[in-house]
Write a protein that binds this ligand. Structure first.
Ligand code: PMV
Length: 330
């Protein structure tokens, strides 16, 4: 009962920030993302009665305690419950992200664990079922099951069976690119799970955020299908700023940006004033993701060299969805 899977990470163009059901990971609003080519987690899971407990090894080191181990064990419990098995598991994962990149790995990590874990447990789940399973480990992971441009539907039901990701367009649909600019390798102080709960509970702007997300979803969906870069870029950037406004107005305030984040924001706005096609988006951290078309990528990379304190620059194309692989990590 051993299986392996690879899942790419993703970046949201319309963000998810806040749960209406914390146990089932049901979001207050739908979200849209691009699955990233080249930034992935490779995971092998084996259920076996010779294991006395669940173990988790990440990037060559066994994780002995803490949130990460707890998340993996909770997810294995969900899989065991679905498959009606009780064997413990060995889980080995590797992220190919550049070290100290400070990139969130929960999306690719939980998507890969869901796919490999379900298979190793003998379950034959559809993509929809896998997305629902991944969602219960980390909301953004639900989107990494699919490739290309992906929408995670909010759903209406209280049992979560209509809250899963579907593909809007495949990875070869469009030469849209996302350049991730690393401004800090430090671990963020407030993880998204705690941060979003705090925002929902205390931000005066959260209701305003919710009131306008539907419109953003409609525009970005339409922009992707029509390959309208300006519509997608403009809407995604504004959506990011609205999400950060809810974070900043949380009590106590959640401010993920550092001075380099601000430098890049100002530069992108200036480049755009001068006619270059670039927009930014930022998640629960200080890294800036620049959206552009393939034709402008080298110019942007060149201009980024003039900004101080940038640690790394990673260019991503739209990537494929999660898949099973033959190569096992043990
Ligand atoms: O599902 P999580 O805990 O990785 O939260 C994701 C939150 C954001 O990255 C800020 C937005 C998003 O939709 O990915």
């Amino acid at each position: 009962m051993k299986a392996s899977a690879i899942a790419n990470s993703n970046i949201a163009l319309v963000k998810y920030w806040g749960k209406r059901d914390k146990r089932l990971f049901l979001p207050y609003n739908g979200s849209i993302s691009m699955t990233l080519d080249g930034l992935y987690t490779h995971t092998t899971v084996e259920f076996d009665s010779r294991y006395g407990k669940d173990t988790f090894t990440l990037n060559g080191k066994e994780v002995m305690q803490g949130d990460e181990l707890e998340e993996v064990v909770n997810h294995l419990n969900l899989i065991r419950e679905m498959a009606k098995i009780n064997q413990k598991a060995r889980v080995v994962s590797k992220n190919n992200f550049p070290t100290a990149a400070g990139l969130a790995s929960s999306a690719s990590g939980l998507a890969a664990l869901s796919m490999a874990g379900a298979k190793a447990a003998g379950l034959n789940l559809s993509k929809k079922e896998l997305s629902i399973l991944a969602r219960r480990g980390s909301g953004s992971a639900s989107r990494s099951i699919e490739g290309g441009f992906v929408e995670w539907l909010r759903g209406e039901k209280t049992d979560g069976t209509d809250s899963y990701a579907t593909q809007i367009a495949p990875q070869d649909h469009w030469d849209f690119r996302i350049i991730t600019v690393i401004t800090s390798g430090k671990e963020k102080k407030i993880k998204s799970r705690a941060g979003m709960a705090q925002t929902v509970a205390t931000s005066a702007y959260y209701k305003d955020w919710l009131a306008t997300v539907e419109e953003d979803l409609k525009k970005v969906r339409e922009g992707i299908l029509k390959k309208d870069f300006k519509l997608v870029g403009e809407t995604a950037e504004y959506n990011c700023l609205k999400m950060h406004a809810t974070m900043m107005t949380t009590r106590p305030p959640i401010i993920y940006w550092n001075p380099t984040t601000m430098d890049i924001i100002h530069s992108v706005l200036e480049w755009r004033d001068n006619g270059l096609g670039a927009y930014f988006t930022i998640d629960a951290g200080p890294q800036v993701k620049i959206m552009c078309m393939e034709k402008d990528m080298n110019e942007i990379k060149q201009r980024l060299k003039e900004i101080k304190n940038i640690q790394d620059v990673i260019v991503c194309r739209p990537g494929e969805g999660a898949r099973l692989v033959d190569k096992h990590l043990f």
